[in-house]
Design a protein around this ligand. Structure first.
Ligand code: ADP
Ligand code: MG
Length: 333
């Protein structure tokens, strides 16, 4: 290794630890054997961890900024889905070699999102091996305020934020060369837009916060709206019914994929990190103000019904999608 492990941490990761984050509360951070953290009195800790493995969760040779951004974004998305405030994170990095240009880009991508999200790096681990990044995020929630998957009831309305499907379309274009490496950065503006949506997903933290006390259930969309709505339904003991024609399809997605494929990607694409949530019909009038406060759009795509299992309808008739998922990395977990 050109650069020793300790110099590497000092050069690229200690600066991310010096950003205090919005919460503060770091009694001891990077440099000691473990971090000592002081949650504000009365708050509950919300913890999540996700791992990205090269070739499974992102194409080999992806831009390092994107890898750093995504590794933190997928975790922040879990905090968003819980309606939690980001506080601290830990990073476990397994690197095949010390490539300073790569590390600089990675730290820039991760650090930029961390700063914008008010989360501070407080520790981690650095080892050699096939490229893999694990991030653990710690968030804060007031007792009883966390948004869970299991609170939806029949009659609640089902929403999704943003324009899902773009990231899946983007990933498909990333992998178009067929050699597992990202295709060159060319293509139409719509193609570049959807690729950027895969590379730089936006965790919906403001929306998660805005839904506290209003959404009856919430999940982030990592595996596709249909699959994740089904999970929300299973946890809640009722059946999500999605009216396919209500799915919000962006102009870029329609242009990049064509209308029919766009609808399939919107329903089953995954990787969008939008929020899928339910709101009791009696409280629907409160939603627009919350969305405006969050600066996020959300679309009603159906409702919860008694029973179990996902129900898909199109123009009032039962419907099914040809493909249930776009698994470009079939062996991933
Ligand atoms: P130890 O051997 O005591 O576990 P390490 O050498 O693994 O210590 O880490 C030294 C310090 O650097 C610890 O505070 C650890 O949390 C931090 N650290 C190690 N790797 C990273 C990383 N990739 N990002 C942030 N902090 C890290
Ligand atoms: Mg130790």
């Amino acid at each position: 290794m050109a650069l020793g492990e300790f110099e590497l941490i000092a050069r690229y990761f200690e600066p991310l630890g010096r950003e205090r984050g919005d919460v503060g509360g770091v009694i001891a951070g990077i440099g000691d054997d473990a971090a000592v953290l002081a949650p504000p009195p009365g708050m509950q800790l919300v913890a999540a961890l996700d791992t990205l493995v090269e070739g499974r969760h992102f194409p080999a040779g992806s831009p390092p900024e994107s890898v750093g951004h995504r590794a933190l974004a997928v975790n922040l998305s879990d905090l968003a889905a819980m309606g939690a405030d980001p506080a601290w994170y830990l990073l476990s990095l397994t690197l095949p070699r010390v490539d300073e240009a790569w590390l600089e880009g990675f730290a820039r991508g991760m650090g930029g999102l961390a700063r914008r999200s008010g989360i501070a790096l407080v520790g981690g681990d650095t080892t050699g091996g096939p490229l893999s990044i694990s991030v653990q995020v710690l968030g804060l929630s007031r007792p009883g305020e966390a948004l869970l998957r299991g609170g939806a009831q029949p009659g609640d309305l089902l929403f999704v934020s943003g324009t899902p499907g773009e990231a899946a379309a983007g990933l498909q274009l990333e992998l178009a060369a067929g050699d597992g490496k990202p295709a060159p950065d060319d293509g139409t503006p719509a193609q570049r837009h959807v690729r950027a949506r895969f590379r730089y997903p936006t965790p919906r933290l403001a929306l998660g916060r805005a839904l506290r006390g209003l959404a009856s259930a919430c999940i982030d969309v990592s595996d596709g709206v249909a699959a994740d709505a089904a999970r929300l339904g299973a946890a809640s003991g009722c059946a999500p019914c999605i009216e396919a024609e209500r799915m919000p399809l962006s102009a870029a997605l329609r242009e990049a994929s064509g209308a029919e494929l766009a609808l399939e990607q919107a329903l089953s694409g995954g990787e969008d990190f939008e929020l899928c949530f339910t709101v009791p019909a009696s409280r629907l009038a409160e939603l627009p103000e919350r969305l405006e406060a969050a600066g996020t759009v959300a679309t009603c795509i159906g409702s919860m019904e008694p029973g179990e299992g996902l129900r898909l309808r199109r123009d009032g008739r039962p419907w099914s999608i040809r493909r249930t998922g776009f698994d470009h990395f079939p062996s991933r977990e």
